[in-house]
Design a protein around this ligand. Structure first.
Ligand SMILES: Cc1cc2nc3c(=O)[nH]c(=O)nc-3n(C[C@H](O)[C@H](O)[C@H](O)COP(=O)(O)OP(=O)(O)OC[C@H]3O[C@@H](n4cnc5c(N)ncnc54)[C@H](O)[C@@H]3O)c2cc1C
Length: 418
């Protein structure tokens, strides 16, 4: 069966960028449809960090209090083990935001929350299990204006015609590929093996990670388990697997001795997922009728855990710039390009910082054959605590934070059945 529908704006991808944009546009009275290929938001190995700047957006939207009622952890300080020393590297408690902490929340809870908020508005629609396979072009001319998308659903083919298509479908974006947008790849020296083991009350709190000779392991405290990122040189996953799961468990326990009694929970490689790290960005984020945002416009390295934040900031900027135009009609090409102009500086500056860390810290650590010493800059930070506010600001707020400037349309009157 083939279904054809119309929408003011069609957002492809229900990740942080797409769900936030859908919510903001619906809130502004735009008729918006979000298409998500999965049946739910329950996906593992995605970042779980909600940054102070994203929490500030929640505050500006009037939903922060409700959001913080959801189970989460609050991280006020970043620290790490270098060699055998614990060093403090970031202090969020002085940020000029309402929340002076980084919230850790499973991404599915965060996305469900955004979907619930969007559903308060009559012009919001999310279609799950709708996988976009192609773009529609005006008069069928692939060089012409993008007029919507074609998707597969369990009920059959779906065509959505709209005034603006937004590709928020992540770093393997079908939208950007079908639109022929040029990708600049900046490379990454590492990949990440992602896993979890249980956490006990006596474990250290809020530990950020361990860096030792040739090895690196980042840890996220998720209350009853540790989410762990074991960093390996690019393309070496098979080599690691060849050494066997027993060797791997020993290596993790060697890095984090307090986990020795629990590494046995890692029984096979099925529990250790490989995440290929990519850092890239589009030369042009748009073409007539189409805009890409979030990872679809610029895949971020996991360094600093800032990808979700940037995706949210892109969504806020897009809604601020295009919301009113979309409510009234069709934004012109110049207006759509304004989103890239607004977001290029923060994207480039963040990726630049990530590349500096990748090439000067991670590459060196992974290639090191001597015990590591704490670098002088981190040593100074231990003596001068206020210096720790600088990395906290760069991670927690980032460059050129966005604020919600687009107004609110009338929310839907909630019925007893809602
Ligand atoms: C190892 C690793 C760890 C990371 N850790 C963190 C972290 O701790 N904190 C952080 O902030 N960032 C982290 N990141 C980066 C972060 O995951 C991304 O930057 C962020 O999720 C981007 O959001 P997005 O909405 O642009 O894209 P995504 O989150 O990728 O969302 C895209 C959505 O589009 C859907 N989709 C894809 N194709 C289609 C299609 N054809 N049709 C319909 N739907 C489609 C997908 O199912 C998905 O829901 C990490 C990245 C890596 C690789």
């Amino acid at each position: 069966m083939k279904e054809a529908v119309e929408a003011g704006c069609c957002v492809v991808g229900g990740g942080p960028a797409g769900m936030m944009l859908g919510f903001l546009l619906a809130r502004a009275g735009v008729d918006v449809m979000v298409l998500e290929k999965h049946a739910d938001f329950l996906r593992d190995f995605r970042g779980d960090t909600i940054h102070p700047s994203t929490l500030e957006v929640m505050y500006e939207l009037g939903v922060l209090e409700e959001f913080l009622k959801r189970p989460h952890q609050e991280l006020r300080e970043l620290s790490g083990w270098i060699g055998d020393e614990i060093v403090k590297v970031g202090d969020f408690t002085h940020l000029p935001t309402h929340c002076r902490f980084l919230a850790l929340m499973p991404q599915w809870d965060f996305l469900n929350f955004l979907a619930e908020q969007g559903r308060r508005y009559p012009t919001f629609q999310v279609r799950m299990q709708a996988e976009v396979t192609d773009l529609l072009f005006e008069n069928g001319d692939e060089k012409g204006r993008v007029a919507g998308v074609r998707a597969k659903t369990p009920q059959g083919d779906l065509e959505v015609r709209c005034r603006l298509t937004v590709g928020a479908d992540g770093r393997k974006s079908v939208v950007r590929e079908r639109a022929g947008l040029e990708v600049i790849n900046m490379g990454a020296p590492m990949d990440v093996m992602w896993m979890r083991v249980s956490r006990e009350a006596s474990d250290p709190r809020q530990t950020f990670g361990r860096i030792a000779m040739g090895r690196m392991l980042a840890l996220l405290d998720r209350e009853d388990y540790w989410q762990m990122a074991y960093v390996i040189p690019k393309g070496r996953a098979e080599e690691v697997r060849q050494k066997g799961i027993k060797w791997f468990r020993e290596d993790v326990a060697g890095l984090l001795p307090f986990l020795r009694d629990r590494v046995d929970e890692l029984q096979d490689w099925e529990q250790v997922k490989l995440l290929t790290v990519v850092v890239d960005r589009l030369r042009k984020w748009s073409r007539p009728g189409l805009l890409c945002i979030g990872d679809a416009a610029h895949a971020m390295s996991p360094i600093g855990g800032v990808g979700i934040n940037l995706a949210i900031q892109d969504a806020v900027a897009s809604a601020n710039i295009l919301g009113a135009k979309l409510r009234e009609g069709i934004p012109n090409d110049e207006e759509v390009q304004a989103v890239q102009r607004r977001r290029t500086f923060p994207t480039r500056a963040t990726q630049r910082m990530q590349l500096i860390v990748q090439n000067n810290v991670i590459r060196r650590v992974l290639g090191s054959t001597k015990p590591l010493r704490v670098p002088w800059i981190l040593r100074v930070m231990q003596w001068v605590p206020w210096l720790r506010r600088i990395p906290a600001r760069m991670i927690g707020i980032g460059f050129r934070p966005e604020h919600v400037r687009i107004g609110e349309a009338e929310p839907k009157k909630l019925m007893a059945a809602d």
